[in-house]
Design a protein around this ligand. Structure first.
Ligand code: ADP
Ligand code: MG
Length: 498
């Protein structure tokens, strides 16, 4: 059984709760790699984006890419985190066929970003906060390709040396769903900041999920004392590459741990893999400790010292972030929490909406973007960048409705024409004779005729005003849907009810 915001496993010996901490690797959006001038692009021919530094040739020296540093600082600021003016690069020594240097340059003792906090949004719109422990810069490794040849492994070094931000959360995540919401929110923030494209399928965002289980009182003690010793032993599930797999892996792993403990066993701290086909995690290696990596400061790189003016300038130019935007949409534009959340969840959608808005009615604009436009895009399997209707065109439709030129109903026809044929909304309305009839004389004439022809109906309405809807429908039908509904209602009420 589980309530919404804590996940409880009913064991034979009582209830257990889940504790989750996330390590997310986010590929820095930059032109060049962290320590070389080779391009940091995705999808190029194998081994075409490799400098001598990336190939680990003798005598090559790394040179830190200022743009990657700026991206890390901006991300730190976006996570409300402390920026460390002093940080340092260390060598993390291990062998990997796709890591030619024989070590990875990372930041161990002195990360560039310290503690922060992110406000995450669940699908139901509720908010929860997760502490950020640190963010550090490191190099990505290349890629080993095992499926090209039954007897050989190929190595592509294009990714070798690309900058990564490792973003480590505190163990503040409590349910599988919240773990997915955390990653989703983080991805949205990174996209707003334009520091990472966040495509999990392309490996631009990869999550390691740390899971432990404990009794409810243990977690409370952890929160009171901020001391990890109150928590259970964690296992780390490496490189889970979709939100759905993150949730499945956690559910499986937590139940596995409860079973072991209740059978009298002990959890070994280890690294595990999630096998999506089996829906299960399995052991990969027992957890290595920091000393196994023989970390030491990289002698080729001086410590990184940031000037306050560099940080201040990045801070001054930070874009509006999703949480602030959502708040502004609700408080300044009067949108519902729901509409604001839907618009803000995707940066392209928010940008589109703001272009439609341009001095127009916010609720009407939100309604058209969220319902008509996105309904249609979803139906046709299109992304917003492929929308046949531009923000200007949709904005034009919204203005025509607001100005009473067309009714909401006719607007759907206008939208459809523009979707298929393009064009300027005002002109489309003109050419197709779709203008709303507000000429009360014309409406009155139709109403008089209808009342005369339907005396029995008219009598009913006098007894039961609600039945007036029938007449409204008839007027609309007679006038091709173009009569101004407000005028129709007013005139009908005057003639039938006064
Ligand atoms: P490592 O490199 O050894 O994995 P890190 O400090 O990089 O260590 O990351 C540890 C992660 O594990 C953090 O996200 C932290 O919040 C999380 N964590 C620590 N203790 C627990 C625990 N008992 N249960 C769940 N997560 C934990
Ligand atoms: Mg780790």
């Amino acid at each position: 059984m589980s309530d919404k915001h804590t996940y409880i496993i009913n064991g034979a010996t009582g209830d257990w709760e889940i504790v989750i901490g996330m390590e997310v690797h986010a590929q820095v959006k930059s032109n060049a790699k962290l320590f070389s001038g080779a391009a940091a692009a995705f999808g190029a021919e194998p081994n075409t984006l490799v400098s001598l530094v990336d190939a680990g040739m003798p005598g090559m020296l790394p040179v830190l890419n200022r743009a990657c540093v700026a991206q890390a600082v901006r991300t730190g600021l976006g996570l409300n985190a402390r920026i460390n003016a002093f940080s340092r690069f260390d060598r993390k020594n291990y062998f990997y066929p796709d890591l030619p240097q024989g070590y990875q340059i990372s930041q161990f003792a002195h990360p560039i970003v310290g503690e922060g906090e992110i406000e995450c949004e669940r699908n139901d719109g509720t908010i929860f906060k997760v502490g950020i422990e640190r963010l550090h810069l490191e190099q990505d490794a290349g890629k080993s390709i095992h499926d090209l040849d039954p007897d050989a492994t190929y190595v592509d070094l294009n990714r070798s040396g690309v900058a990564l931000m490792e973003i480590v959360s505190r163990p503040h995540v409590r349910t599988p769903g919240d773990a997915a919401a955390y990653v989703r929110t983080l991805r949205t923030v990174l996209r707003y900041l334009d520091t990472c494209d966040g495509d999990m399928e392309k490996g631009q965002l990869r999550a390691d999920v740390n899971v432990s289980v404990c009794r409810p009182s243990q977690y409370e003690k952890f929160i009171d004392t901020d001391s990890l010793e109150h928590l259970g032993t964690r296992c780390e599930i490496k490189n889970v590459n979709s939100l759905r797999f993150i949730m499945q892996a956690i559910e499986y792993e937590a139940q596995r741990q409860v079973n072991i403990i209740e059978d009298g066993g002990k959890i070994n701290q280890e690294t595990r893999l999630f096998d999506a086909n089996a829906g299960a995690t399995r052991s990969m290696r027992s957890k290595e400790d920091a000393h196994d990596y023989r970390y030491f400061p990289d002698p080729d790189l001086p410590p990184l010292e940031l000037e306050q003016s560099f940080i201040d300038e990045l801070k001054a130019n930070l874009p509006e972030l999703p949480a602030q935007k959502r708040k502004r949409f609700v408080e300044k534009l009067g949108l519902s929490e729901y509409d604001a959340s839907v618009l803000v969840a995707d940066k392209d959608r928010a940008d589109y909406f703001e272009q439609v808005l341009e001095g127009r009615d916010p609720k009407l604009a939100a309604n058209w973007v969220n319902n008509e436009l996105f309904g249609r895009l979803n139906k046709e399997g299109l992304g917003i960048a492929e929308s046949p209707v531009s923000p200007d065109q949709l904005g034009g439709i919204v203005s025509l409705i607001k100005d009473g030129v067309i009714s909401g109903k006719i607007a759907k026809d206008v939208f459809d024409i523009i979707w298929n044929e393009g064009g300027d909304p005002a002109q489309v309305v003109e050419e197709h004779g779709m203008k709303q009839v507000t000429d009360t004389g014309a409406i009155e004439k139709v109403i008089d005729e209808l009342i005369t022809a339907n005396t029995e109906q008219a009598r009913k309405v006098r007894q039961k005003p609600k039945a007036m809807g029938w007449f409204v429908g008839q007027v609309m039908k007679a006038m091709g849907g173009k009569a101004n509904p407000q005028a129709v209602n007013e005139i009908l009420a005057k003639k039938l009810l006064d």
